[in-house]
Ligand binder design. Structure first.
Ligand SMILES: [Zn+2]
Length: 133
């Protein structure tokens, strides 16, 4: 069920709101940036995403095909969300579940996780090794 969540960076400069269904799978990926940042996204559609504050406090980072944009707070470095422009579902926002406000530890623990093999661009299959992700 879709529900509106607020998510913030550590210092509080960057705040977003997103409609997320945390009963749907979230993602852990072994690609070069997800592994380094331990990014844990839940997916929001563009119409279900809203920047509340801090747009000017974001640094955008892109690499490789530059199809995905990774946003970091320039003060605290926390990555509240990223944007994928060319995904199987079109443009989508990946909201960092670790940044959600108003969610309990027991709710967090129940969120289903799907492991994807982004390192080999195989988005439809799990990686051989995943427990460290
Ligand atoms: Zn911050």
């Amino acid at each position: 069920m879709l529900k509106t969540y607020r998510a913030s960076c550590h210092c509080g400069e960057v705040v977003i709101e997103a409609e997320l269904d945390i009963e749907q799978p979230s993602f852990r990926c072994n690609c070069s940036i997800c592994r380094r940042t331990r990014f844990w996204p839940s997916v929001a559609k563009p119409e279900g995403f809203r920047q509340v504050t801090g747009e000017s406090e974001l640094i955008k980072y892109s690499f490789g095909s530059k199809k995905n944009h990774h946003f970091f707070c320039k003060h605290c470095g926390v990555r509240v969300f990223g944007v994928g422009s060319d995904t199987p579902i079109g443009k989508m926002y990946g909201v960092n579940i670790g940044c959600l406000e108003g969610i309990s530890e027991s709710e967090l623990e129940k969120i289903p996780v799907v492991y994807v093999d982004g390192r080999h661009d195989r988005w439809d299959s799990g990686p051989e090794y995943y427990k460290h992700l």
